[in-house]
Structure formats: structure tokens, C-alpha cells
Design a protein around this ligand. Structure first.
Ligand code: NAD
Length: 500
């Protein structure tokens, strides 16, 4: 398969295969783009960026709307590519596409309002100046994406970077290059004049080459370990980075929560996409008063879900190497006194992991502290919400989280150290286009989505225009004793009062 978007493709000397994770069959072969090919793609993108920038917000919005239509009408085909390359059920792939389209629409419609030029007030000492701020594109943005949500996640960066006026060079995960290529080809059909969105394919070295190329920023989504390598490579050129990294999110259940709804959210949040979700529920903390009742509901609901087999709701583990991590977390927890009340180490069969619920897991076990990225949940009894918050906040990650509570949901949510928290629903905050998405701590920094996600791919440009000479020339050697005295008096009036 060649990387063709209708524009000259970067040349490559070697290739890699993509395998269907459920069967191991080869489903595609793609070029490995080396440093030379990546630099060439970025150089081409700089030319396209000027054309794209000059279209202005309205011109770009027209193309982005057309791209949205193209993706929407091809969604069945795109969902098939997602399913084939990373294994999630077709209906989940379609849901992922639907969510991505919402964000794409929001970015196109709101870019001008968020980024366009606006006046800001000056101050008493600078009242003779008119001041404006605007947010300008960086030029070319490099986007490095993961495979677990191969449309929703990279489009979180790509849509907003494009709407802000940048050209994009996208390196999709080596597990889902066909998805990335499909998106770029759809874009090229609606904006054929210039290669505004290009795809380069390959493994980590190709991503590294993109980090070291002449891009204005790297939007990275992937594991925390790779994020550190990306930052190190970007440091060479002082290239700024957006870091959307891993997570170890928790769901909290208070004593007055709707337990059926909480169990439903925990099952979906923990098991959908076979648990391969950055925002997946991996830990559950439940008020002691409702622990037994909640656990019974949770296990009953999770027992209905099966990985693999005809019509199954969750697919295989996409990366073969992840299986040993999932197995280690479960086995280590059990060896340290935990019980698998559903699933367990024996239910891992080839690429499929059956839903696993662990109780009595020590808080310092890997199953609680490290990202598992499999269909597993630890469930822990807490004496009150203070203890729940303390345990949730103890970890290194801080991506998202969920709180189920009737009376104190907002208070509990406010105490969670994370980029976003959803109350009485799982990850609603990631699906609302006007809200920022991102993490703190080991989950990264910077934001996609919403106004912050647009500004992420710009630089702020401040401009002033002196409207008339100041009667009080402070920044000039013409400043005399009288000006000094007036300025001194103004400072005393404005700032000199003692504030409590
Ligand atoms: P990964 O870190 O293995 O790979 C991510 C991307 O980085 C891939 O395209 C890969 O080829 C590239 N890469 C690898 N080595 C590189 C290097 N040295 N320099 C530059 N690029 C390099 O992650 P993954 O397995 O694809 O994705 C799963 C991870 O992503 C999980 O940790 C998950 O939590 C995280 N994730 C985070 C979010 C979020 O929004 N915070 C969303 C989705 C996934």
C-alpha cells in the first residue's frame, strides 16, 4: 500500500506490516519514512501552511466542514479500517468517529471567535495606547498518535491545529497507519490544492524524526514513557510539545449514589475497548455502606461481557506486548492477597483477556499504581469520601475520573487532582467539544478540545498602537522630576493602600 493523498508522497526505503490483532493476519504494508522523508514532508507542509493560513477562518471552516462531510459519509468504511487494524467492534468504531466529528465541527465554528483579533483594555499609565491580542498559527504542527482511538485521539489535535491555521504532518501509530491515511486522503479530496494534511508512517524512529524536524510544535498522544522521549528529542530545537499521556483513572461511589448507574458506568468505563482507553476506569473506590451491593451489581453486569467470539462487545488486546503487563498486574495482585471475583489470570487466552474484577488489592500493587490498559478493575472499600479522595489523588497520573454521588458529587469532584472529572457519567467531559481535555502529573500537560485546544496550536501576538503622546512620558529620558512625582503619587493611590 502506498501513502498517497493525491500529492507527491515522501519516499521510503523499507516497509512494515500491520496485523489484525484478533487473527494475526497481515492487513496492510506501509512505508517506513526515514528522517530524510520526514524532513521533505515538513518542508512541503510549510508551503501548504502559507496557503492554508491565508484562507482565513471562514475559508478554512469551509474546507473543514467538507472534510467532516467526507468522513461522515465514509464512516462505515473507516470503521472497518479501525476494526481491522486495532480490533474494536465496528459499532464502537462508529461511536468514536461520531465523537470526533463533533469536535471537528466545534473547532471549525469557533476558531475565529477564540483566536481572532480582539481589543483589550490598557491601564491608567498606558491609557494612550490601543491594545489588541490575536492567536496566530505556528506554521506546521507534527501530530504523533496512538492506536487505541485512532480517529478521535489524533483528530483532537489535528482538527484544532488545522482550524487554527496550521498545516499538519501526522504520524499515526504503527498499529493503525491505514486509519491515518484514510483521514488524510479524505482531507485531500476536499482540499486538493495543497497538501495541508500529510501522513508519514513508520515506527518510533519516524516519530523521533518528526520531533527533530522543522515543526512549530509536536502534539503527542501516547504513553508517558514515550512522551519523555518525545520531549527529549524536541528539546534539541526548543520545539514546544503538547503531552497527552497515560492515566490510571478512578471511579468513586458515594453512599447515596445510584448504584445501578454507577455499576453500568464502571463496566463500560473499565471494559469497553478491552480497557484500552487512556481515560478508562481502572480503579473503583466505594463507600463501605454500599460496597457489597455495588460489587454484586458490578460483577453481574461485567459477567455479561465476553472478549472474542461471535458478536462480542469487546475485542482483542491490540498490542501483543501489553498482554504480559496485564498478566503481571493480575498475578502480582493475587500473589499479594487480592481475589479475582471475576476473570483472573487463567482467563487470558491468546490475544483475548476476559473481564477481570479484583478486590482486596494492596494500594501499592502495580494493579493500582500503574496503567494496566486491559479489561480489569480493582474495587476497594473506603470508610468515607475523604479516604476515597486521598487514595485517588495518591497516584502519579491525573488524567480524568468519575464520581457517582447524589448530594456531594461536585464537592468530591472539586477535590480530585485531574484534568477533568465527570459526575454521574463516565467521561462526559471528554465528549463535550467546548471543554478542554488533558492531564496533570504523569498524564501530561497542555490541552486538546475547546478554546484551550485551539490556543494550544498558536502563539499569542500582542500589538499596541500609540493613539497620542502621553502627557506623562515615563519611558523616555525626557522624564523629569514632575513626571516622577506624579507617577509616584499614582502608585501610592493605586497600590499603596495596605490590603488585608
Ligand atoms: P506509544 O507511546 O507506544 O506510541 C504513541 C506514538 O508514539 C506512536 O505513534 C509511536 O510510533 C510513537 N513513538 C514511539 N516511540 C517514539 C519516539 N521515540 N519518538 C517519537 N514518537 C514515538 O503509545 P500507544 O501504545 O500507541 O498508545 C497507548 C498510550 O497512549 C496509553 O498510555 C494511553 O493512556 C495513551 N493515550 C493517552 C490519551 C490522552 O488523551 N491522554 C489518549 C489516548 C491514548
Amino acid at each position: 500500500m502506498s501513502v498517497s493523498t493525491g500529492h507527491p508522497a515522501p519516499s521510503a526505503v523499507s516497509t512494515f506490516d500491520v496485523h489484525d490483532p484478533a487473527t494475526g493476519a497481515v492487513v496492510g504494508t506501509y512505508p517506513v519514512h526515514d528522517r530524510h522523508a520526514v524532513d521533505a514532508a515538513v518542508a512541503t507542509a510549510h508551503r501548504a501552511a502559507a496557503w492554508w493560513r491565508d484562507l482565513g477562518f471562514a475559508g478554512r471552516a469551509r474546507h473543514l466542514d467538507a472534510w467532516r462531510g467526507e468522513i461522515a459519509s465514509g464512516r462505515a468504511e473507516l470503521a472497518e479500517v479501525i476494526h481491522r487494524e486495532m480490533g474494536k467492534p465496528i459499532s464502537d468504531a462508529k461511536l468514536e468517529i461520531a465523537m470526533a466529528l463533533e469536535h471537528l465541527r466545534w473547532a471549525a465554528r469557533n476558531a475565529e471567535k477564540v483566536l481572532g483579533r480582539r481589543s483589550v483594555p490598557s491601564s491608567l499609565l498606558t491609557f494612550n495606547h490601543a491594545a489588541t491580542v490575536e492567536y496566530r498559527p505556528l506554521g506546521v504542527v507534527g501530530v504523533i498518535g496512538p492506536w487505541n482511538y485512532p480517529v478521535f485521539t489524533p483528530l483532537g489535535s489535528i482538527s484544532f491545529a488545522l482550524a487554527a491555521g496550521n498545516a499538519v504532518v501526522f504520524k499515526p501509530s504503527e498499529y493503525t497507519p491505514g486509519v491515518g491515511l484514510w483521514l488524510a486522503q479524505a482531507f485531500a479530496r476536499t482540499a486538493p490544492a495543497e497538501p495541508v494534511l500529510q501522513v508519514i508512517t513508520g515506527l518510533g524512529d519516524t516519530g523521533n524524526a518528526l520531533c527533530r524536524s522543522e515543526v512549530g510544535k509536536i502534539g503527542f498522544t501516547g504513553s508517558t514513557a514515550t512522551g519523555k522521549l518525545v520531549m527529549a528529542a524536541c528539546a534539541e530545537n526548543l520545539t514546544p510539545v503538547l503531552m497527552e499521556c497515560g492515566g490510571k483513572d478512578a471511579l468513586i461511589v458515594d453512599a447515596d449514589a445510584d448504584l445501578a448507574a454507577a455499576a453500568d458506568a464502571a463496566v463500560w468505563g473499565g471494559l469497553s475497548n478491552a480497557g484500552q482507553t487512556c481515560l478508562a476506569v481502572e480503579r473503583v473506590y466505594v463507600h463501605a455502606d454500599v460496597y457489597d451491593e455495588f460489587l454484586t451489581k458490578l460483577v453481574a453486569a461485567a459477567a455479561e461481557i465476553e472478549a472474542g467470539g461471535e458478536g462480542s462487545r469487546i475485542g482483542p488486546i491490540t498490542m501483543p506486548k501489553q498482554l504480559s503487563i496485564i498478566r503481571r498486574h493480575i498475578e502480582d495482585a493475587v500473589a499479594r492477597g487480592a481475589r479475582a471475583v471475576l476473570g483472573g489470570p487463567d482467563t487470558i487466552d491468546r490475544q483475548f483477556v476476559q473481564p477481570t474484577i479484583l478486590v482486596d488489592v494492596p494500594e501499592d500493587a502495580a494493579a493500582v499504581t500503574e496503567e494496566t490498559f486491559g479489561p480489569t478493575l480493582t474495587v476497594t472499600r473506603v470508610r468515607d469520601m475523604d479516604e476515597a479522595v486521598e487514595l485517588v489523588n495518591r497516584g502519579a497520573y491525573g488524567l480524568g475520573g468519575t464520581v457517582f454521588a447524589r448530594r456531594h458529587g461536585r464537592e468530591i469532584a472539586d477535590r480530585i487532582r485531574a484534568g477533568g472529572t465527570s459526575i454521574n457519567a463516565f467521561v462526559a467531559h471528554a465528549t463535550i467539544p467546548a471543554l478542554p481535555l488533558g492531564g496533570v502529573g504523569a498524564s501530561g500537560f497542555g490541552r486538546v478540545h475547546g478554546p484551550d485546544g485551539l490556543r494550544e496550536f498558536t502563539y499569542a501576538k500582542a500589538t499596541t498602537r500609540q493613539r497620542f503622546p502621553s502627557p506623562l512620558p515615563l519611558t523616555s529620558f525626557r522624564r523629569d522630576h514632575r513626571a516622577d512625582a506624579i507617577a509616584d503619587l499614582l502608585v501610592a493611590i493605586l497600590h499603596g493602600r495596605k490590603h488585608q
